[in-house]
Design a protein around this ligand. Sequence first.
Ligand SMILES: [Zn+2]
Ligand SMILES: [Zn+2]
Length: 149
Amino acid sequence: MNLELKDLIRGVVDKIVIDTFFDMSPELDIISKEDAHVKGEIVNEDQHIIINVHVTMPLVVACDRCLEKANYKYDFVYENEIKKEEIDTFSLKKLIDEELYLNTPMQIICSDECKGLCMKCGANLNEGDCGCEIEPKASPFDVLDSMLK
Ligand SMILES: [Zn+2]
Ligand SMILES: [Zn+2]
């Protein structure tokens, strides 16, 4: 526990203003990132402390479809009450880490129109048609068909 939280619990101060940056590494295909900016306050209230922070973190990741650069920005508000007994193990950084995890989308793509990669040759289809023909799935009747010819 850091010193400021002790002061908060003892009632020396009523609230702590938070305006800090954390170097976070969410589980994404990160190409480049900025530190997470955490801004808000922690307020002393009876048996609890109340956390209210706004978290922003811009980053560039690999597009889930074409693997080119895709921009993404975490931008959410985190609010919670923590019992004072639990403050001993409190870590704002750890908490933000968990929140980033919960706020990570299933898929990040470079644009809604991203065409992805060709299943056959791996070409980026956003850069043009590679000319591959995607064959329909072979069915058992095709084999029978060729036997009859
Ligand atoms: Zn893409
Ligand atoms: Zn292709």
